[in-house]
Ligand binder design. Structure first.
Ligand SMILES: [Zn+2]
Length: 311
């Protein structure tokens, strides 16, 4: 969690200061030492001012993004006013198909139909966000060694791109037969400790009564230098769970879907840490520009839970 702030603004302010050091001494090589000192102090003051301005600018940009989000939610209404953005060609980053628009998608939850689905590979917003994260923020496609990856409850869009990849030793697994390469109960994984370089498990734990045991098992099979992306829907501040709630309608009302056994809150990262991970919550959906979100068909406000095995 502590790295979140570091990632938000670190890059913009680092360069100007670093590039400027050294030049004042050359320009004023013949000036008295006192003058150099006051000039250096003035330059330091200007650098501080510049950093403050950049930081203010970043805050303003974040405000603009949240206003854009409020104006153009994913309900399908309210998009008429964004004609300029709508004319951009869409691109599915997973199958790399260019599209006029994503297809209509109606989820099982109560959310309205929205333009979400890639007609080519079937990907939805979250899948495309994770794929961009894989490409831009991890070594999944740039590692020199062949990575061994475990993909739980495999989304077909990812599976199709990874299972024949010569750069990966890819294993998909699911509790139900016929969906993954292996049938697997993630609360009792029949694998050696430290088997995988990469574990990806998205929107699974909310279906698993013994989710803490599943998290411990995934931490166990992850290699020491490996990483995992473990996602769940975050619906509230504090996780709400009650094993006695089994009625599908009541589960939908309380946990968001008929087969969910809990609604996770922002304490989800803590639960992962208690199971043996260190967790970095990366607000990746918000770090991308509104133009990128529009082009790739993404939702703002989606965090990536990037985990490593606690040492
Ligand atoms: Zn696609």
């Amino acid at each position: 969690m502590s790295e979140r702030g570091k990632m938000a603004g670190g890059q913009q302010v680092r360069e100007p200061g670093a590039a400027d050091h050294g030049e004042p001494a050359q320009v004023n090589a013949g000036a008295p030492a006192g003058a150099n000192r006051s000039l250096a102090a003035a330059i330091n003051a200007r650098e501080t001012e510049l950093e403050q301005t950049l930081s203010n600018l970043a805050a303003l940009e974040a405000q603009v993004r949240s206003l854009e989000l409020a104006l153009g939610d994913d309900s399908g209404h309210g998009t008429e006013g964004t004609a300029e953005i709508q004319t951009l060609q869409k691109l599915c980053p997973i199958c790399e198909t260019e599209l006029e628009n994503f297809g209509h998608f109606k989820s099982e939850s109560a959310r309205p139909t929205r333009r979400a689905e890639c007609p080519e590979c079937g990907s939805l917003e979250r899948h495309r966000l994770v794929w961009l994260y894989f490409k831009n923020e991890t070594n999944l496609f740039s590692s020199e060694k062949k990575l061994k990856m475990l993909h739980i409850a495999p989304e077909s869009a990812f599976k199709l791109r990874l299972y024949r990849s010569p750069d990966h030793e890819y294993v998909s697994a699911d509790l139900n037969p016929g969906i993954g390469d292996l049938r697997m109960d993630i609360t009792d994984i029949d694998m050696e400790d430290e088997t995988f370089d990469v574990v990806y498990c998205s929107h699974v734990f909310e279906h698993v009564p013994e989710d803490r045991q599943a998290m411990r098992e995934l931490a166990r099979v992850l290699r020491k230098d490996g990483w995992a992306i473990l996602l769940v829907p975050i619906l509230r501040e504090v996780t709400d769970e009650d094993p006695s709630v089994t009625d599908p309608a009541e589960r939908t009302r309380r946990f968001g879907q008929f087969d969910h056994v809990r609604a996770y809150g922002k304490d989800y990262a803590q639960r992962l840490e208690e199971a043996g991970f260190t967790v970095r919550v990366d607000p990746y959906g918000d770090r991308l520009t509104p133009e990128d979100r529009e082009r790739y068909g993404l939702l703002a406000g989606e965090d990536i839970y990037f985990c490593r095995k606690a040492q």
